[in-house]
Design a protein around this ligand. Sequence first.
Ligand SMILES: [Ca+2]
Ligand SMILES: [Ca+2]
Length: 205
Amino acid sequence: MFRSALWVLLVAVGPLSLACNEATGPDGLSTDELAFLQLPPGAPPLVVQTASFWARTDDNREVRMSFRPRPGESDSSEFLRFRVDEGSLARRPNGSAFAAVDSILITVTVVDLQRLIVDFQPSGLRFSQSRPARLKIEYENADHDFDDDGDVDPDDEVLEQRFSIWRQETGGAPWFELGTVRREELDEIEGDIFGFTNHALAYRR
Ligand SMILES: [Ca+2]
Ligand SMILES: [Ca+2]
């Protein structure tokens, strides 16, 4: 069965969701119930919108995507880093196991530049429960007016604490929150990835 594998990086902040995961429930949330991370007007574009790498059973591999440097600056800032360590590849999309020494081509594509929704292929690839893949997203370049009321004030800082990575099995399906670690001083969020679906950074409205 073909499934589109889109990972959306959704920052889901919810007015009542003080405890992570608690509010999601078995049915998940609809797209309308989440506010996504957004880039402000004039933000530097990504260097590339898609990148591929060979993940291996016997080695640590990762892919990074960055924004172009701001005008007059030489340093670009990272957007995401996706890491697959030795021993992390568990099952191919067709359900078969990997050989002891084996590899698979992984492609990461930002499919929604406005909301920074990220698609990971091949759909259906599974990672080890004990050694999942790792996804890190930096939101330094994102619009920090998270409540979209025209200023950046303490209200936005409260919302920032509710950001996490959300996943969606396919477009239109409900969203579920991942267990994530947020490092506010670095403007970054990191989460364990057990399989390829849609993912995004968002907060619950
Ligand atoms: Ca605001
Ligand atoms: Ca405000």
